[in-house]
Design a protein around this ligand. Structure first.
Ligand SMILES: *[C@@H]1O[C@H](CO)[C@@H](O)[C@H](O)[C@H]1NC(C)=O
Ligand SMILES: *[C@@H]1O[C@H](CO)[C@@H](O)[C@H](O)[C@H]1NC(C)=O
Ligand SMILES: *[C@@H]1O[C@H](CO)[C@@H](O)[C@H](O)[C@H]1NC(C)=O
Ligand SMILES: *[C@@H]1O[C@H](CO)[C@@H](O)[C@H](O)[C@H]1NC(C)=O
Ligand SMILES: *[C@@H]1O[C@H](CO)[C@@H](O)[C@H](O)[C@H]1NC(C)=O
Ligand SMILES: *[C@@H]1O[C@H](CO)[C@@H](O)[C@H](O)[C@H]1NC(C)=O
Ligand SMILES: *[C@@H]1O[C@H](CO)[C@@H](O)[C@H](O)[C@H]1NC(C)=O
Ligand SMILES: *[C@@H]1O[C@H](CO)[C@@H](O)[C@H](O)[C@H]1NC(C)=O
Ligand SMILES: *[C@@H]1O[C@H](CO)[C@@H](O)[C@H](O)[C@H]1NC(C)=O
Ligand SMILES: [Cu+2]
Length: 565
């Protein structure tokens, strides 16, 4: 078995399904069950208790997508501006696959003035590090006119998003949803798909990033719910744009896949007079819990089931920027509408649930993974990363353990590894994890009064502790089935302790998911089992992307003015 120490901690969830299911890779002709509105727990021969870290259905199916990254204009809130998109829309096309499918995405760069690279956020990329889409780490940027094909296996199921990892391009519109169909921990009738929460400016993200570096994060003028919202011009008072609307049929249970795709906005999501049953955090199914509002940080996802519990009327759907960490000029007006009568055009008159403004994660006690996994209470490697802010000549820089991250677009980590060049610069902030199957604890702390969403590539991590104040050896660590996910909040003036297991060779980024902070160097990279990496790579492909990028960068005098990620 691949994970002896993990399997030792595996117990069947006591709440819904008692019996552990057989672990099998065989393709049988008769399926054990049918996934339907009255039983979402099963998935052919597999179900929600299948250990998806070791077992994946063998579907034999490949889903192929062609993405064209373009420069254009759009008016998501009625104000036209330059946008960068996948295939012309914000959000771009949704990647839809079944658990176990192989996903192939051919990305062409049709922009004239930017490189690109598409990261499939939260996708584990099991032994496929080179498909992680991070320029300067796993590839050179895709030059204008060039293309790159990403191939990966959907070993997890649930909800996520893909986005550009080149500079701050994602926040000009280069993103879209990922839905991986699989079993669920509660039943529902209809899947409404991904629902994006974004912040939105009428200036491009590059301009905002420059402002952020020079004088701190800009106040965002607006936000979007699934790519749309209204906006009232401050001088003319004219309202433009339109709201996101959803029609409910009384009694129906809807699954919604919430994604926070914002550059710098922490949201609280709520629908007046409706309760949400939360069934997954990031790519991890959880024991369901009910909530009237959900706190969702940048890069995080929550899958919710909303029962159409009313019979008539119109209700506000609210994405409330949390002012503890996210300033917005339109804070009370990031609203969608749930209607029971699709012909209604009335604005709802409903009242919001009372909520507390904060940028903390949902309570750890609520986030109980359905597939229970314990963490070793002793670690093999411990790493401390104190987060701080520095002011340099170029502007604001974020540091982890005193280092502001910089990696070069034209010399990605994978190429350096392939060339057996073991001279790592301080700025590359490499954390070497050379040994397989080890437990690694990261203590991430800050004395600065700002919360940060911490994201790790290539892994789900376990949240062992988080809180305000200082981490000390007397801080209690939860190692029994702690929340497992790929983005967790580091509280303002606080600490976050996470654990991971070295089961996936590659160069994996860990970074703050606030757009400006990533650009300003709040990142590090794990070099996990470096000695195994080259054998897993297609060096010819790395070289050809880099050769095209080098030509473009030289001919167009492109200057890298950020962290490279
Ligand atoms: C991950 O890849 C390794 C190496 O190919 C393989 O042994 C393992 O079964 C894979 N895990 C999953 C969940 O597919
Ligand atoms: C995106 O655009 C490309 C190129 O025009 C096209 O081939 C492809 O079908 C489009 N993909 C989707 C998912 O819309
Ligand atoms: C997009 O088009 C605008 C207007 O033509 C141009 O200024 C900008 O450089 C272009 N951006 C990219 C990334 O190609
Ligand atoms: C990307 O394009 C934008 C304009 O759309 C431009 O401001 C920016 O400098 C470009 N970045 C790079 C690194 O080429
Ligand atoms: C949000 O937009 C995406 C992409 O257009 C679409 O697939 C999805 O169904 C929309 N979500 C909802 C809840 O309507
Ligand atoms: C919605 O909930 C509020 C209390 O939060 C209640 O006063 C109101 O009657 C409810 N409205 C409807 C239409 O059910
Ligand atoms: C959530 O509330 C719904 C509606 O009242 C109920 O059917 C469901 O069992 C509740 N779920 C949990 C986990 O309490
Ligand atoms: C080795 O890597 C370092 C750090 O990226 C770089 O500065 C150096 O030029 C590389 N050496 C060679 C011979 O390419
Ligand atoms: C890739 O380029 C490097 C130089 O950067 C070279 O040493 C290596 O032989 C090339 N590998 C392939 C497979 O083309
Ligand atoms: Cu940050």
């Amino acid at each position: 078995m691949h994970f002896p120490s993990l399997l030792a901690g595996l117990v069947a969830c006591p709440i819904v399904f008692a019996a552990p299911k057989p672990v099998s890779h065989s393709n049988t002709l008769s399926k054990r069950c049918t996934n339907s509105a009255s039983d979402r727990s099963c998935w052919g021969d597999y179900d929600t208790s299948t250990n998806y870290y070791t077992t994946v259905p063998d579907t034999g199916v490949t889903r192929e997508y062609w993405f064209d990254v373009q420069n254009g204009t759009a008016s998501p809130d009625g104000i036209e501006r330059v946008v960068l998109t996948v295939n012309g829309t914000v959000p771009g096309p949704t990647i839809i696959a079944d658990w176990g499918d192989t996903v192939v995405v051919h990305v062409s760069n049709s922009m004239s003035n930017n490189g690109t690279g598409i990261h499939f956020h939260g996708v584990r990329q099991n032994y496929t590090n080179q498909m992680d889409g991070v320029p300067s780490i796993t590839q050179c940027p895709i030059a204008p006119g060039d293309s790159f094909t990403y191939t990966w296996r959907a070993t997890q199921y649930g909800s996520s998003w893909y986005h550009s990892h080149f500079s701050v391009q994602a926040w000009d519109g280069v993103f879209g949803g990922i839905t991986i169909n699989g079993p669920a921990t509660a039943d529902y009738d209809e899947d409404l798909g991904n629902l994006f929460l974004n912040d939105w400016s009428h200036e491009t993200a590059d301009v905002l990033a420059l402002q952020a570096a020079a004088s701190g994060p800009p106040t965002m003028p607006n936000c979007l719910i699934n790519g749309t919202n209204v906006y009232t011009d401050t001088t003319t008072e004219v309202e433009t744009g339109s709201r996101f609307e959803q029609t409910f049929v009384a009694g129906t249970k809807y699954r919604i896949r919430l994604v926070n795709g914002a550059a710098d906005t922490h949201f609280r999501f709520t629908i007046d007079n409706h309760t949400m049953e939360v069934i997954a955090m990031d790519f991890v199914p959880i024991v369901p819990y009910n909530a009237t509002d959900i706190s969702i940080g940048m890069g995080q996802r929550y899958d919710i089931i909303v029962t159409a519990s009313e019979t008539s009327g119109d209700y506000w759907m609210r994405a409330i920027p949390q002012e503890s960490c996210s300033d917005n000029d339109n804070v009370d007006n990031i609203l969608g509408i749930v209607r029971y009568d699709s012909t209604s055009t009335a604005d709802p008159t409903t009242t919001a649930y009372t909520t507390t403004d904060s940028c903390d994660d949902e309570a750890i006690a609520s986030l109980v993974p359905y597939l229970s996994y314990d963490v070793s209470s002793t670690y093999d490697v411990e790493n401390d990363e104190e987060v701080s802010l520095a002011i340099a000549t170029g502007g604001v820089l974020w540091e982890m353990a005193g280092t502001s991250f910089v990696s070069e677009w034209n010399y990605p980590t994978v190429l350096q590894v392939a060339e057996s060049n073991d001279t790592w610069s301080t700025d590359q902030h490499v954390v070497q994890l050379a040994t397989a199957d080890q437990w690694v604890y990261f203590v991430i702390e800050t004395t600065f009064a700002q919360a940060h969403p911490i994201h790790l590539h290539g892994h789900d991590f376990w949240v062992l502790a988080s809180g305000t104040g200082t981490y000390s050896t007397s801080t209690t660590l939860t190692t029994t089935n702690s929340p497992r996910r790929d983005v967790a909040m580091l509280p303002a003036s606080g600490f976050l302790v996470i654990a991971m297991y070295t089961d996936n060779p590659g160069a994996w980024l860990m970074h703050c998911h606030i757009a400006w902070h990533t650009a300003e160097g709040f990142a590090l990279q794990l070099l996990e089992r470096e000695s195994e990496m080259t054998a897993l790579m297609d060096v010819t492909s790395i070289n050809s992307t880099c050769a095209n990028w080098d030509t473009y960068q030289t001919d167009d005098d492109v200057v890298q003015d950020d962290s490279g990620v």
